[in-house]
Write a protein that binds this ligand. Sequence first.
Ligand code: FBP
Length: 564
Amino acid sequence: MKTISTLQTARYEYKPKLPAVLTSKPEAVAIEYGKPTKSVADQKELAELFKNTYGKPEATFVKGKNPTVNNTIRVGVILSGGQAPGGHNVIAGLYDGIKKGNPDSKLYGFLGGPSGLVDGKYIEIKDKLMDSFRNTGGFDIIGSGRTKIETPEQYDASVETAKKLKLDAIVIIGGDDSNTNAALLAEHFLTIGLSTRVIGVPKTIDGDLKNAQIETSFGFDTATKTYSELIGNIGRDANSAKKYWHFIKLMGRSASHIALECALQTQPNVCLISEEVESQKLTLRQVTDNICSIICKRAENEENFGIVLIPEGLVEFIPEMKNLIASLNDIMAKKEAEFNRCKTFTDKKNWLRNELKGTEFRTFDSLPESIADQFLADRDPHGNVQVSRIDTEKLLAQMVETRLSELKKEKKYVGKFSSYTHFFGYEGRCAFPSNFDADYCYSLGYTAFMLIASGVTGYLASVRNLTLPAKEWTCGGIPLTMMMNMEQRHGEMKPVIKKALVELDGKPFKEFAKKRDKWAIETSFVYPGAIQYYGPTEVCDACSKTLTLERGKRPSCKKNTEKK
Ligand code: FBP
């Protein structure tokens, strides 16, 4: 018997669960098409831009026959964008599917993200390499990157690599921007008559790549469980010492899904939801006042401690900040050379005085210099402001402190305020995937293989019914164009996959809104503890609260029925 000495080696042995239909031989699985689809908005423009791939039908795998599934194929895989737990299992599912279809088929991993395809940097993935990454977190098997394939030269170089490697397909494991790139690449290949198919896989801890067909993106489950463990630990520390307020910023880019899920798991005193702040058109001052009012009430009960959760994208949703960011994005894209000539923060500020509207400049000027400077940091290759680099938690803690001292002078605050700030993001992106993510990712990878073997292109792998036991999951693909709309990027209208933000009439938010007033005043912290990989199904296989609320309860969470 093999000696298992660490969790890492123990996890290599875990056998991810698959939907029942994928446990048959690949040749006994058929693809079934639904009705033609249309994009979520801007149908005319998108149909024009995606002449070959727009409007394709949804696809589902069912029992049947696939006569071509055993052909030898050559596939390239790319990990794109931010790390998310489970990426290695997507590759494992894809690899095992390919080899089950035909042991002579080959899988190439492009190194360092999409740039690996452009620069022709790759490795062949073989058993030994694959087996040392199964069920582990991270993207280190081949690395990741954020290069956007957009220039004619990058397209030509990608075509060259695909031809050189004689690729039947490329699988892009990425978020909304990377899958937008997948859709554009699929269309381009068809336009120039290249037979290489392109398949996407929905990745991102942010949870914002979802819709009726994509129930969740992978990594969200593990990342939120990891952050919730940390928040719970801090909550217990706060409740023990009773002397600190903790301001915790959570990753998630624009959407507040991560903050909301962590709030549902840990019951903090405050959790800001950016989408609500925007709908109520709250100013930064009003957000600060709301937090202060909770701190004051708790101080009256001598509870001078607490937890405030802050989604990292908050600043993009506060109307005055949103306008400022939008103008800065435009100015920095259109007048890049002039902007880059400004060397110091003061140079930049003086230059912006003439470029920004008066109100926007005043907002910019009202920010502490260190924060204002973060608003000017480089945009990512897709034109997004890098919200993870803006210290919103520090800004809010500072503003709260200033306001509380004013309230103290007015005798409206009786407590003592001492705060700590934290930012949880990178801590959760490479954690060992939870059993849910390990199973979901493996199924997504295997589904991607089945889509390739069925000859489709421009599709996103989809595995559904995720709150049921894995054997009851269904799988197939949805056309990438179905999720797209037109948006302003780098100062121009571009086709992009629409981000799913927190819906204020959705069940997760409503559940939170029903309970938050109580959590604000009465200490109600929950301490979720570390992710469990071995033990009772209801503990180890439970999916996120968001998914459970959105899709209904998972029967296996109630009863320990599934065998590991
Ligand atoms: P993706 O959208 O690529 O999955 O990225 C997720 C994310 O973790 C965001 O939550 C965060 O804002 C961003 O990546 C940080 O980017 P970087 O890894 O480049 O620092």
